[in-house]
Design a protein around this ligand. Sequence first.
Ligand SMILES: NC(=O)C1=CN([C@@H]2O[C@H](COP(=O)(O)OP(=O)(O)OC[C@H]3O[C@@H](n4cnc5c(N)ncnc54)[C@H](OP(=O)(O)O)[C@@H]3O)[C@@H](O)[C@H]2O)C=CC1
Ligand SMILES: O=C1O[C@H](COP(=O)(O)O)[C@@H](O)[C@H](O)[C@H]1O
Length: 519
Amino acid sequence: MTAELDEQPTGADGYRNPLRDPQDRRLPRIAGPCGLVIFGVTGDLARKKLMPAVYDLANRGLLPPGFALVGFARRDYTNQDFAQIVHDSVKEHARTPFREEVWQQLSEGFRFVPGDLTDDAAFERLRETVDELDVTRGTGGNHAFYLSIPPGLFPEVVRQLSEHGLTDEKPGSWRRVVIEKPFGHDLKSARELNHVVESVFPPEAVFRIDHYLGKETVQNILALRFANAMFEPIWNSNYVDHVQITMAEDIGIGGRAGYYDGIGAARDVIQNHLLQLLALVAMEEPVSFDAWSLRQEKKKVLNAVQLPERLDLHSARGQYAAGWAGGVKVKGYLQEDGIPSTSATETFAALRVDVDTRRWAGVPFYLRTGKRLGRRVTEVAVMFKRAPHLPFTKTETEELGQNALVLRIQPDEGITVRFGAKVPGTSMEIRDVNMDFMYGGSFTESSPEAYERLILDVLLGDPPLFPQHTEVELGWKILDPVLDYWARHGKPEQYASGDWGPDSAHEMLARDGRAWRRP
Ligand SMILES: NC(=O)C1=CN([C@@H]2O[C@H](COP(=O)(O)OP(=O)(O)OC[C@H]3O[C@@H](n4cnc5c(N)ncnc54)[C@H](OP(=O)(O)O)[C@@H]3O)[C@@H](O)[C@H]2O)C=CC1
Ligand SMILES: O=C1O[C@H](COP(=O)(O)O)[C@@H](O)[C@H](O)[C@H]1O
C-alpha cells in the first residue's frame, strides 16, 4: 500500500471540491497549455471516443490555443495522414458540429509518431516531438500520456516513458499518465502494475480511467441520493428487496479480438464499471465530494462486499453463439476473426454479491453484463419490498409488481419510478405504472461524453472521478475467486445472440425467488 491510499491529503490543488466551489460552477474549466499523447491511437477506443472527445473539448472552447495531440501507433503515417484519421473519426463520432476554424487551429498541433511500444528509437522520436511542441506550440512542458493499448503493455510503456526522460517534469510543469482499464489481470498483477507505475509517477500524476465515472447519469446517482430528502430514508434493507445492475450490449467484440479474448466480460467491465456503480449506490454519504472523501466511502463499501459461498449457484457465465442483432444474422464468438475455436472466454457474466453492512444486510446485489444481448442498456434497478399489507383482493392486485426505482444510465438517460396505480374504471384494479424523468425533457444543457469530462479532468489535474489504486485492488479481491472458480469449471454456456444470456443466469435469480428485469 502506498501513502496515497489512506492518508488524507492536505492542501493539494487536485483535492479541492469542484461541486462546491462557486467559482468553478460559474466559469468554464479551461485547460492550460499542454499536450496529450495517445498510445494506441489506431485502436477502437481512440477512434470512437478519444479523438472525438478532444475535438468536442476544443469546440466547446475548453482547450487552450497551446494544445497538441500526439498519436503513437504501428503505422507509417505522416502528420497529414494522422490529421486525416482524426478528421474521419471526428466526422463520424463527435457530438458537436464540425467547425472549420476550430479544426484548423486544433489540427496544427497534431503530430504522429510511428513505432512499436517496445521500440526504444520510437520513444526517442516521441521525446523529440514533445520537446518540439513545447517550442512551436507552447505546450509548456505539460504532457499527459494516455495508454489506450492492450493492458499487457501498460508496464512496458511506463518503463519506456521513464527511460526516455518523458516523465521528467521541468520546474512549474507537469507530466501525467492515464491508464485504461482493466488495471491488471488479477490482484497480483494489479499490485505489480501499480508498483511499476508509482515507481515512475507520483500517485497524484496517475489517472486510472473508469469511463463510467465520467458519465453524467452515473454522477447523478450521488445527486439523487444526497441532494434529496425522499430517497435516503428508504435506501436500506428495511425497504429494498434487492438491487440489479445491468450493463447489456447488443454489439459483439467487433475487431477487438486481440484485446478481448482471455480478458472476458468480468474483467472487462464487472471489476471496474459495475463495481463502481455498486459502490456509488451502496455507499454512505461522504462528508464532501472531494476525491479523498468520495474514495473513502467507496472503499468502505467495496471492503464490505461478500461473495456467496456457492459460486456454482450464484454466478453464471456465457458465450454468445450465432443469432440475430438488429434484424441481421450475426456469427458466434468462436467464429469471430482472431478468436481460437477453443476459447473459453466469457462474453456474459452474472454474479450475486452481498454488502455486509447494517444498511444492506440481507439485500443481494445482482450484477450482469454481456455482449450480443437483446439491446444496449445500462441501468441500476433498486427493487423494493412489497407493501407489508394490502387492503385489496388477490384479483385486484394480480398485475401489481414490486415498486422499483430505475437509474437509467444509458441510453434514454433518466430515472424511472415504478409503482402501482388504479386502472381507470368502475372496478378496483391496480397495475404498475412508470413515472419518468428524462434528461432531454428537463434540461436544455446537453451531457458531455464521459471521455470529454475525464480528459479535461486529467488536463486540469482533477482526481475525484478517477478510482484510486485501493479501489482497483478491492475490485480484484472480489472478482479473483470467481475467476478462479470459473477457470476450474469448464467452459461458458452458449447463448444465442439477441437473447438475454444463458439459462444459468436466469436460474441463478429464480433460485432466490426473483427474476431479472427485462429492460
Ligand atoms: N474500445 C472500447 O470501447 C473501450 C476500450 N477501453 C480500453 O481501452 C484500451 C484499448 O482498447 P481498444 O482501443 O478497444 O483496443 P484495440 O485493440 O482496438 O486497439 C489497441 C491499440 O493498441 C495498439 N497496439 C497494440 N500493440 C501495440 C504495440 N506493440 N505497439 C504499438 N501499438 C500497439 C494498436 O495499434 P495497431 O493498430 O498498430 O495494432 C491499437 O492502436 C483497453 O485497455 C480497453 O480496456 C475502455 C473502454 C471502452
Ligand atoms: O469499458 C468498456 O466499455 C464499453 C462500453 O462502454 P459504454 O460507455 O458504451 O457502455 C464496452 O463495449 C467495452 O467492451 C469495455 O471495454
